[in-house]
Every structure is written in C-alpha cells, then in structure tokens.
Ligand binder design. Structure first.
Ligand code: AMP
Length: 595
C-alpha cells in the first residue's frame, strides 16, 4: 500500500516524499481511508511511535479548506511539548499547501502572539486545554465553524485533571463536528467521552488493548532501594552506546540522579518542570542532536517526547500509576526500531511486575545487574578494541615515535600493553574492586530499610479538614466553589503549575470561598512555590500549608527543607569512589564512541 493509494492530494504526497515516508504504518493504513471517506468519529487505541500523528493529521489537512481563513480543526494535547510537536508535524505535512496556517496555543508563552497567529487566519489550531479555555473565554479564538476536534493522549489529559476543560471545549464547538480521539489506554473516563460526544465511532486498535509495542524487550532488575544508583551506573557502563531515557518519580529525584551522573562523568542531564522553559528547550535540543546521551526525566516533562532511536528506557523508580509504564516504555522502539525498557524494583515491588505484564500483555525477563567484575571486563575489552581501531596519524605523531620507543626499549611487548591498559583502566578497577553483588531475589523481602515505599491511602482519613492524610501535606487555598473550582480544576491547576503527576494529589475538600487539598510531602515546597500567585478567575491564587495556619509546624519545617535535594545523603552511593568511576570518561569528554 502506498500513500497515493490512500487518496491523499499531491501537495501532501510531496511532503511525505520529502520526509522519506515510503509507506503508511498500520494505523495510517487503517485510519486514513476511513477518515477521508465521510464525516465519522474515531476512537484510536494507539501509543506514540505508531505514526498516529500522520494518521489523524493527514486526513485532517485533506478536509480543511485552506482558502477559508477561519478555524476548522482543533487538535488538543496534554502538554506543551506534545502540542509543539504535533504542530510541527502538521506544518511539515502541509508545507506545500498554499495558504495553510497552523496556530500553536499553550500556556507559559505570550497569549497575544498566539492570538495574532489565530487572527491571521489559521485554519488549524493545536492547543493544550488550559490555555485554549483562556482564549475561548476571552474570545481570542472562535470555534463556530470547527468541523474536526482531535483529542490526543486522551487518557493522560484526564489523568491531569483536564476533564472539565475538554468537556467545555467540545461543548463550544458545533454539534455536527467529528471527534477523533486517541489514547494509549482506555480507562472508563475515556470511554465516557466517546459515549457522550461520539456517534458510532470507527474503532481502531494498534496492537491489542493496553498492549505494548512488540519491538520492546521488557526487563526488570531487583535490588534494594539504596542500590538503585549503583545499578544505574553499572547498566550505563555496560551499554556504552546507550541513548537512553531514565524515568524518576519526582523532580527532586530526577535532579539528584542527574546531578550524581554528571558528577560521575556521565553525559547526562535532567528534564523536569522546575527548570525554566529555556533550560528545558536546551536540554531537549541537545538530546535530539544526540550530543546528550542520557536524559533523566519526570513523567510529566517527558510526555510526548518524540525522539527516535532511543535505545533504552530505564524506570529508575516505577510510576505511581502503572498505566504510565506504557507511556514510558513507548519512548523507545519507535518507527519500527527495537528497544529495551527496564525497571528497577525492590523485593517489595516485584509483585507490580505481574500487574504490568497483565496490562501490557507481554512478559518481563528478570535480569541480573552485572557485577563489578563483569563491568570491568567489558570495559577493558571495549577499550582495547578502540585502541585497535584507532587510526595512526603518522604525519602528526611520527616524529615523536622514535623517542617514545626509546623509552620502552627495555620492555617486552606484553609489558608495554599491560602498562598502557593499566594507565587507562586502574581507576575503573579501583572503583569496582570494592563492589558487591547488588542483586536481590523477588522473595527476598527482608529488611530493606531504605525502601521508602509510597504514600498510600491508609483509609483512616481524619475528619478535620485542616489535617492531611498520612505522608501528605495539607494546603489551604483562597478560592473555592464560588470561584468556579471543582476537584478536577484543583488537580489541573496544581499539576500544571507545579508540574507533578495527578497521583501526587490526595484528598480535596471544596468550600464556597476556599478549599483544602493534600499533596505528597516531597512535592509540598514546589506546590507552595509554583501555585502561589497563579491567575485564576480574575484573581490570584494564594496557597499555604494548612498546618502553618494552625501554627502547628507539623510539616517538619517543610519550607526550609533544602530544595536542591539532600545531596549530602547521596554520599552513600559509592562515596569518594564515584569520582574514580567517572574519571575514566572525563578524558574523552562527551562519549566519543557514539558516531
Ligand atoms: P508518531 O506516533 O506520530 O509520534 O510517529 C512516530 C515516528 O514515526 C515519528 O518520528 C514519525 O515521523 C515517524 N513516522 C510516522 N509515519 C511514518 C511512515 N509512514 N513512515 C516512516 N516514518 C513514519
């Protein structure tokens, strides 16, 4: 099957040829002809990496009349990154279509510039829900003539608390529009959108329901919590050509792991919501160019990340919501390539592997973290191989060689080799000489004192609205039902501005003029910092720790906690030896082995 057989117009075919797309992916082959045929709704169960952007983007561009200068199609996506990426793809697909204008709308950038883009006559708008609602309310965008609404990563939008926003966007478009919904998973809430807003939708499933890409090998490693970092280093050390994404649970952990890796000489950087947009863009740019080899990220920051060729996804910690595992692992094995997705678990967490296997309908291989000796052996032979492959530039070094040979005149060939290898390798040997086997068995549930566990809903909620659930920090907020807040909006506001997943939010109690909500303690300071002063409903949000209001200080001095993240405790990860493990790379700067 070719793209022209699918019935696409010449300008689009030309753009696909420019891109080097030779034939449609399965989801494109299935969706495109059906969407072109009539005005149908569609539900597509598919992950990123399957080619779904073109699956909806190409028929959408076919259906829009680019001679008209008003909005006819809207694509909604959960994050700025995904929104920008979809918009970029649509611009590329439509680059030969005369008059085609795609506007990109997302929070955190100038609303005026975005309004101008729309006003100039954009026919297609790609947006995140929050900013789009703002613009609709301020009449900066009109949806009276919208024919198509695409909801991308619908499950994640609902996880992030955008339910009301999506309803309100769908309600502000004409009744006879088509809705095309894509989701990696199909929880009840997503099925509800399909029931409420769609009429006999076309259903497309790429792979089986909730299943994962067949090209991904799933592995797990079992260790105690305190050995996670050591295991990560060993995994990086034996996969010298890794182009990897490491997922952590929180921003603090993300920063901590990335800091440690950088300090240890790895080519790694963090990506999380506490970085400025400029910093995030820079990190992503480096990762895309492959001048950055390991990206350490939170789920929210890495959502929609569209980088091909990622070889490994490492779940340093499991996501709170195991459905997110599908999203994480889907960052590798894109566009038909193969990839590895690995999980680090403690003995107590091993049972979750079964749950994930059930969800993705694939099994995991239990792997062993390599021993220090194995890492050394592999690195040694890698190094020797590189020496063998090195090109000798006679014209540059030839004149020094006689003198150098003279220095080794009394040594045998074996002695010279041993000297060179040792000069390069002694530090690594020293680092790993004290290393232990860090593998644990799944039934080895003994006393893993460092296994911090998760904030669990212990079911003994206290009645007092000012008192948080265990492990959580209660917050007071100066707006409530009268200001138009509901539980979804609270989750959305907090998650969006603090850039934390919805699972970090606990109990929410709404009152007419104010509200209370719980946040995991480790994110409390970030919420305090980032949600403070956010514009909402013509006012400004004010949040404070509820216990502080009582003067109780129950949070253990929360605010004064060092946000840069308790680095002193990290010395447990190999102490002074860490440097020696890393130094072996510093000579080569950014890993030169990558081509
Ligand atoms: P998506 O699932 O839309 O994020 O696409 C995943 C990757 O596959 C992107 O890098 C696309 O550019 C690429 N891609 C999509 N469709 C095709 C195709 N028909 N042939 C080759 N690459 C494609």
């Amino acid at each position: 099957m070719t793209f022209s057989e699918l019935g696409l117009r010449e300008e689009i075919l030309q753009a696909l040829t420019d891109l080097g797309f030779e034939s449609p992916t399965p989801i494109q082959e299935e969706a495109i002809p059906q969407l072109l045929e009539g005005e149908r709704d569609l539900v597509g169960l598919a992950q990123t990496g399957t080619g779904k952007t073109a699956a909806f983007g190409l028929p959408l561009l076919e259906k829009v009349n680019f001679d008209d200068k008003f909005v006819q199609a809207v694509v909604i996506a959960p994050t700025r990154e995904l929104c920008v990426q979809i918009s970029r793809d649509l611009k590329t697909f439509s680059k030969h279509i005369k008059g085609a204008q795609i506007a990109t709308i997302y929070g955190g950038a100038s609303i005026d510039t975005q309004a101008r883009e729309v006003k100039r006559g954009a026919q297609v708008v790609v947006a995140t829900p929050g900013r789009l609602i703002d613009m609709l309310k301020r009449r900066l965008v009109r949806f009276d003539d919208v024919q198509i609404v695409v909801l991308d990563e619908a499950d994640e939008m609902l996880n992030m608390g955008f339910k009301e926003d999506i309803d309100s966007i769908l309600d502000s478009t004409p009744d006879d529009k088509s809705v095309w919904l894509f989701s990696a998973t199909m929880p009840k809430e997503v099925a509800k959108i399909s029931k409420n807003y769609m009429d006999n939708p076309i259903e497309i499933t790429v792979g089986s329901k909730n299943s994962s890409n067949e090209n991904i090998t799933h592995q797990y490693y079992c260790m105690s919590h305190r050995d996670r970092y050591g295991a990560l280093k060993r995994i990086l050390d034996i996969n010298v050509d890794i182009y990897g994404l490491v997922f952590c649970r929180t921003r603090r952990e993300t920063q901590e792991v990335a800091d440690n890796l950088m300090e240890d000489g790895y080519n790694a950087q963090p990506l999380h919501g506490e970085l400025s947009q400029g910093q995030r863009d820079k990190v992503m740019q480096n990762f895309r160019k492959k001048s950055l080899q390991v990206l350490v990220a939170t789920d929210v920051a890495a959502r929609g990340l569209d980088v091909d060729d990622i070889t490994h996804v490492i779940n340093y910690n499991l996501p709170d919501d195991i459905e997110n595992y599908t999203h994480r692992s889907g960052r590798t094995a894109r566009a038909g390539k193969k990839g590895v997705s690995m999980i680090f678990v403690t003995p107590k967490e091993v049972y979750k592997i079964k749950q994930i296997e059930k969800q993705i309908q694939m099994s995991f291989n239990k792997e062993e973290v390599p021993t220090g000796e194995e890492v050394c052996k592999l690195q040694l032979f890698n190094m020797v191989e590189n020496v063998q492959k090195a090109e000798v530039q006679q014209d540059k070094i030839g004149e020094y060689l006689p003198a150098i040979n003279e220095l080794f005149a009394d040594s045998t060939k074996e002695e010279v080799i041993a000297q060179f290898v040792s000069a390069e390798f002694n530090k690594t040997l020293a680092y790993y000489s004290k290393s232990n086997d860090i593998n644990k068995r799944g039934d080895d549930r003994g006393r893993d004192r460092d296994d911090r566990g998760r904030d669990r809903d212990r079911g003994d909620r206290r009645k007092n609205r000012n008192v948080s659930d265990e492990g959580k920090q209660r917050f007071f907020m100066n707006m409530g039902l009268d200001a138009g807040l509901n539980k979804g909006a609270v989750v959305r506001l907090v998650c969006q501005y603090a850039d934390i997943p919805s699972s970090e939010i606990g109990r929410i109690d709404l009152f007419d003029e104010f509200s209370f909500f719980d946040v995991s303690k480790e994110n409390a300071d970030i919420v305090l910092d980032k949600v403070q002063g956010v514009d909402f409903n013509n006012g400004s949000l004010h949040v404070e720790k509820a216990a502080d209001r009582d003067g109780g200080g129950r949070s253990g001095g929360g605010r004064s906690r060092d946000r840069s993240g308790g680095r002193s405790g990290d010395r447990r990860y190999g102490g002074g030896d860490r440097r020696s493990g890393g130094d072996r790379r510093s000579g080569g700067g950014e890993r030169s082995r990558r081509s």
